[in-house]
Design a protein around this ligand. Structure first.
Ligand code: PLP
Length: 378
């Protein structure tokens, strides 16, 4: 990309954190002065505040989102619920971090196509991808849009399938029906959920961070042990584990930003609403806004058959954009030819996706940007 200064940058993390700067500095000082940098009061409090917010029984703060996914699947293997060679269905258009840990643990990722309207795994057609080797489904609440259907997921569960959520993009999202633990919040819907606090996420740390949420005591205990060298009590190792801990400093930062997450969500929803009502170019498809669920708009992704021309045109008009994601996981060099499944729609869709700015703009900015988009002629 060029290094020119855009009127509408795609994302400016300094701007994202500026409203919290004083509180963050105070929190940093508090941690520095506490003398406790790993496994202290901040992590403990953040875990219970996050579990409470989402409505899950257990929360384990961990190092990042990818590790959270790996810990969940490893815990499922250690508790005998999954075995290497088992198939895990995932949405073909997700970010690659969703499936890296699955493949690494010897489980088999099997791609299923997204629904055309919300770009999430098409649960209505999930049956077509289930075979006797299928043991789990990875739901990804992509772009901040909840992927859930109580009736279908209850049936899948009764048949012994695990439902795991990759909730890296959707903290604060609310599904249209209840999850297994009674809450409708993403992260509390399935058997366990992974969250990411990568700085660009809706709840972003000032470094790496993540969490595992679950209401299953056995999985929670396994994840907590696995994240701490596999030890259940001090110097007693029941698993060959990892070091995947969240640290005190990030937890202190996250506690401050969690308190304001509802405002952040409201702001993102306002902008998505402004884009949705103002964009009227027939060559642009805007993402569906559902009234029966709460989307939190980690990304606002439009689709156009003239994506590249539109992107150049917006750039010329000082509007930065991004693409989530230009190349789906199964076409990346590390997985090419190694993943089976159904890639219809995913491959052709990738060339149409375009993410508009949403993190640092106002509703008025969104109307200005929509006006520019409406004047686009391919
Ligand atoms: C960001 C992200 C991850 C990985 O999270 P990290 O904290 O960056 O490791 C996984 N899945 C999805 C869908 C993501 O957006």
């Amino acid at each position: 990309m060029s290094d020119k200064i855009e009127k509408y940058p795609f994302l400016d993390l300094y701007k994202s954190n500026a409203p919290y700067a004083e509180a963050l500095k105070e929190a940093a000082a508090r941690v520095i002065d506490s003398g406790r940098y790993i496994g202290g009061e901040e992590v403990h409090s953040f875990e219970s505040e996050l579990a409470h917010y989402v409505g899950a029984r257990y929360c384990i703060g961990v190092s990042n989102g990818l590790d959270a996914i790996r810990l969940i699947f490893r815990a499922c293997i250690e508790s005998g619920r999954l075995h290497p060679g088992d198939e895990v269905i995932y949405p073909a258009n997700t970010y690659i971090a969703s499936i890296l840990p699955i493949a690494e643990l010897g489980l088999i990722p099997v791609a299923a196509p997204p629904a055309r309207d919300d770009m999430n795994l098409d649960l209505q057609r999930i049956e077509n991808y289930i075979n006797p080797h299928t043991r789990a489904i990875l739901l990804v609440h992509l772009y901040g849009s909840p992927c859930w259907d109580k009736e279908i997921c209850d049936t899948l569960r009764q048949r012994g399938l695990l439902i795991i959520e990759d909730n890296a993009q959707a903290i604060g999202a609310i599904a249209s029906s209840e999850g297994f633990s009674g809450s409708k919040f993403t992260g509390a819907l399935g058997d366990a959920a992974a969250l990411s606090f990568y700085p660009t996420k809706n709840l972003g740390a000032l470094g790496d961070g993540g969490a595992v949420l679950t209401s299953d005591a056995e999985l929670a205990a396994a994840v907590r042990a696995l994240a701490n060298y596999g030890s259940d009590t001090r110097y007693h190792n029941i698993y060959r584990g990892y070091n995947n801990r969240l640290d005190e400093l990030q937890a202190a930062f996250l506690r401050i930003k969690l308190q304001d997450l509802e405002n952040e969500t409201r702001r993102r929803r306002e902008i998505a609403g402004a884009y949705g009502s103002a964009i009227s170019n027939p060559d642009v498809l805007t993402p569906k806004i559902f009234t029966d669920r709460r989307q939190v708009w980690h990304q606002y992704v439009i689709r156009s058959p003239h994506r590249d021309a539109l992107r150049d045109y917006l750039s010329a008009n000082s509007i930065a954009t991004d693409i989530h994601y230009a190349v789906p996981p199964h076409l990346q060099p590390c997985f090419r030819g190694a993943i089976s499944g159904d890639f219809t729609y995913t491959d052709s869709m990738a060339d149409t996706l375009l993410s508009l700015p949403i993190a640092n703009i106002s509703g008025d900015d969104a109307l200005q940007i929509a006006g520019v988009i409406n004047r686009f002629r391919p």
